[in-house]
Structures are given as C-alpha cells and as structure tokens.
Design a protein around this ligand. Structure first.
Ligand code: NAD
Length: 484
C-alpha cells in the first residue's frame, strides 16, 4: 500500500505559548513529522510567540532540542531538522499587554492560511483573541485553535464561548480534543458507517452494554495544583470520554462533514439521562512503596477531588433505551490502556447446551497503546473432546492486510493541526457540544459536593476502588481487564 500524503496549502501558524510544555512535547515534534512526511509546503511558516525574551536563533535551538527529545527522531536527521528550522521564527509577545504585537503582525504574510494556536492557559484566551483583532492580525478566514480545558463548568464555558464569539465566527474556532485525532477513533467511524455488518446490530436489541476505559499509570505528578481543582470528571470525562461516547452512540450522520457529525454528537449528549448517584464511584489513589498518596501529591490533606471515576449512564432514545454505558478513568491504575468495548448480547438460544458456557461477541476499539480493533468471535476449540467453545479475537489491526504503511505513526496532534490548515472542523468540538457536556456534568458534580461524598481510596496498580467493580457485578457484568 502506498501512503498518500496530500500537502496542505501554504500557511502561517503562530503558536502562542510556543515555549511551553505542550508546544515542546506535542505540537512542534508533530509539525516536524508532517514536514518529514512531505505534507508541509515549502512556504509554511511557524512562529512561536510567548513571554520569554528570545530571538529566532534561540527559539530554533529550543525547537531542535524538543524535536530530538520528544519527536522519536532517529540519528542522522540533522539536515532534515535544519531544513525544518528554516521555517521557524519567534516573537516575544505579551498576551495581556501591548508588547510584540506589531512585530508579530510584521511577520504575517498575505494570501496564505493563517492559524493561531492558543497553547496557553485558558485565562489568556480572551486577551489573545481580542488583541488578534485590535492589532489587525485576524483576517476573515483566520483560524484559532483552543486547548483544553474549555471551561470549568457550564457558566465558564459559556463565558469563554461568548468571549471568543466577539472576535471569531464559530467556523474559525477549533476546540481541540486530541482523542478525536487518534487513528482508531476515526476508524471507529469507518467501521460503523462504511460496513453493512455492524450498524444493524448497533443498538439496544443486540448490544448488552458498552464499556469505555481510559486508564493511566501515572499520578498527578507536577500538575497537582491544577488537577485538584478539576478531578477526573472535569479533566477526562467531560471531554475525552464524552467524545468517544458520542462517536460510539451517535446516529449515522448524513455526511462526514463537520456540522453533520457534530449535530449527531450533540443529540447524544442531550439525550443523556441524569446519573443516579448510586451509579457513580469516585476514588483517590492511596500511598504505596514510599510513593505519596493523592492528597500528598496535591498538598491538601483534606482534598475530596477524585483521581478515579466510574459511572453507569443511559441514553434516552430509541436506539439505546435500556443499554447501559459504563465509563471509567483514573490515575495510577494497573496499566496505561484506553479502549472502548462493545459487548454484544448472548445468542438467543444455545444449541450447544449449558456446558458450552456463556460466550459473547465483543468488539474492542483500542486507542492506546497499540491502536487497533479486535472482534471476539466464538468458535469450536480445536481437537477432540466434544463441542467445546472458545472466544478468539479476530484481529482487525489491519497491519497484515495493508502492509507496513498501516502502522501509521501520525500522532493525534499533528493530524488535527493539518485539519486546521485544511479548514476541516469535523474532528473538533463545537461550542454547543462543549456546553451540553458541561450541562450534563455540572449536576453530577454539584450532587456529590452537596452530599459531601468522599472518594474511596484505591491501591495504586489496581483497577480502582472495589465499589467500581461492584458497579458492574451488581448488574451481572464485568469490567474488562486493564492491560497493555
Ligand atoms: P506551560 O505553562 O508549559 O506553557 C505556557 C506558555 O504560555 C509558555 O510558553 C509561556 O511563555 C506562555 N505564556 C504564559 N503567559 C503568557 C503571557 N502573558 N503572554 C504570552 N505568553 C504567555 O503550559 P502547557 O503545559 O504548555 O499548556 C498550555 C495549554 O495547553 C494549557 O491550556 C493546558 O491546559 C493545555 N494542555 C496542555 C497539555 C500538556 O500536555 N502540557 C495537554 C493538554 C492541554
């Protein structure tokens, strides 16, 4: 298979926060990989803009270091890196002041795509949007890319939407959720909507339940101050898990186009039922082997913020009435593994008798590590001894069928940045989607706050608190094992 890389149009990309952690770890190495893949036109320009005093040469050195440290660059690419750096510039800009804006404007060219990546804290979004306009940098088709967190609750998300809307049309705003840029997430849509096999079964009649797991092995690390104000619900469920949930549950959009897809996602969020408090389990990781517990990590001995959450929810519509969706995410769990599992119902009648056991088809969409899909099918265990049944995975990682190019190493960020340059918003969140997600999340958070619920401790390296296992056991179901 020959991989097809379609070059994008010439562009000027300004990265506000170009010296920050996200820019160094994800955005700049991602852009370098797109350059190496031949997707970046000769006259693409990438301009870092941040508070630090630095010249072009200093920034180029910082970018080269970031690419080498985080870009997975094999030795011997010095010439390639040098050619990439020719596209890089830097301007010292004060997002809340006047310094640097005229100089930044002086670097922008007419007649090419203009994109501004807000890789800064959300408190600066409004100030930057306003200054892009007042300094004449924003054109009618400029794009802005906005990082998470998009608000802390419904009120703040609305305020942020209103602020951005004063300066930019919704068609210019790209709210990034890097989960949507993952190869398998897009493959999920291809599997659902390009095959006749799955969609007829994709409903309450045939699906027993759906599980979504996003498990991390790391603790809050140096992000304690930020994390403790947000917790797993705000940091992960409201955005990443909700987006996965929407793609798995939505109706087929009329077209694979931004508003068709986003309209269907929005309908899913709006059809979510409020969650019964008994169907929410929150946890905090305990200490282990000399490692501090959650409260030590966030330096608040009385913190009641959750580092783990599991919940069961339902969608009130014809397709999903009665089908539970189980969501869980947490830190310091057994393995770093994200997956969606669609667990189908038992065959209506077993001709093999009770001794053949219970077998179910399970479609697993794995997001990390090793992006891919498997479908568990039940077959006869080979050999003599009667009709013993066994579940085996039908591997749909496509590598064998499609050759080495199927092992796409494109990272979610780089894919999404190229979509910004192309002007394709399909994989970005619309303002009303974000607000609807907060409108569902807020009452759950208010509920446990009002009840004074305290998260349950769980052992690092486990699958979360015992109660999370019980959430499914009570329903006669089981979480899939968390493993890499
Ligand atoms: P960071 O603190 O490492 O970097 C912040 C950047 O903003 C720096 O370049 C700094 O110079 C610049 N900056 C701060 N104040 C400024 C001002 N007044 N004027 C001009 N520049 C200013 O932060 P980060 O980790 O890179 O995160 C950036 C954004 O991305 C945040 O909104 C964060 O929530 C989001 N995000 C980060 C990650 C990550 O992995 N780091 C992941 C997801 C989302």
């Amino acid at each position: 298979m020959v991989s097809r890389v379609i070059p994008v149009d010439p562009f000027d990309l300004v990265i506000f926060g170009g010296t920050g952690d996200l820019a160094r770890r994800k955005i700049l190495p991602g852009l370098y990989r797109r350059f190496c893949a031949g997707q970046m036109p000769e006259d693409a320009a990438i301009i870092g803009a941040a508070r630090s005093e630095m010249d072009d040469a200093g920034y180029r050195q910082m970018v080269a270091d970031a690419i080498r440290e985080f870009g997975g660059v094999p030795p011997g690419e010095d010439d390639q890196i040098a050619r990439f750096l020719e596209r890089i510039g830097y301007e010292t800009v004060d997002a809340t002041g006047t310094g640097g804006w005229a100089q930044l404007k002086g670097r922008m060219r007419e007649g090419c795509v203009r994109a501004f990546y807000f890789s800064v804290g959300p408190s600066l979004f409004g100030a930057i949007a306003e200054r892009l306009h007042s300094n004449g940098l924003a054109t009618a088709d400029s794009r802005i890319v906005v990082e998470k967190p998009f608000g802390h609750d419904l009120a703040s998300a609305r305020a942020l939407n209103r602020t951005l809307a004063q300066h930019f049309d919704e068609s210019q705003i790209y709210r990034i959720d890097h989960y949507l840029g993952k190869e398998t997430v897009q493959n999920l849509m291809a599997v659902r909507f390009a095959n006749v096999l799955f969609e007829p079964l994709w409903n309450a009649q045939y699906v027993d339940h759906i599980q979504i797991t996003v498990a991390e092995t790391v603790g809050v690390g140096g992000r304690g101050g930020y994390y403790d104000k947000s917790g797993a619900m705000r940091d992960m469920v409201q955005n990443h898990l909700m987006q996965l949930f929407c793609l798995i549950a939505m109706e087929p959009p009329a077209k694979f186009e931004p508003d068709s897809v986003r309209d269907e996602k929005l309908k899913v969020i709006r059809a979510l039922e409020p969650v019964d408090p008994h169907h929410i389990v929150r946890g905090q990781y305990a200490a282990t082997n000399g490692d501090p517990d959650y409260r030590d990590d966030v330096e608040d001995p009385r913190s009641t913020t959750e580092s783990f959450i599991a919940l069961k929810c339902h969608i009130s519509n014809w397709r999903w009435a009665g089908t539970p969706f189980y969501l869980r995410t947490g830190k310091k769990l057994r393995a770093r593994a994200s997956e969606i599992a669609v667990v189908f119902k038992d065959a209506p009648h077993s001709i093999f008798g009770a001794e053949a056991g219970r077998h179910r088809n399970v479609l697993v969409i794995r997001l990390q590590p090793n992006e891919g899909m498997t479908l568990d099918v039940t077959i006869k265990e080979p050999g003599p001894g009667g009709m013993r049944l066994v579940d085996v995975p039908l591997d749909m990682s496509f590598a064998d069928a499609l050759g080495p190019d199927a092992q796409d190493v494109t990272d979610a960020y780089e894919r999404l940045i190229m979509d910004v340059i192309r002007g394709n918003q399909t994989l970005f969140m619309r303002g009303d989607e974000v607000e609807a997600a907060w409108a569902w999340t807020d009452p759950l958070i208010e509920g446990w706050t009002a009840r004074g619920d305290v998260p349950k401790p769980y052992d690092p390296g486990s699958a979360g608190p015992e109660d999370a296992l019980m959430l499914m056991h009570r329903d006669g179901r089981r979480w899939r094992e968390i493993r890499t």
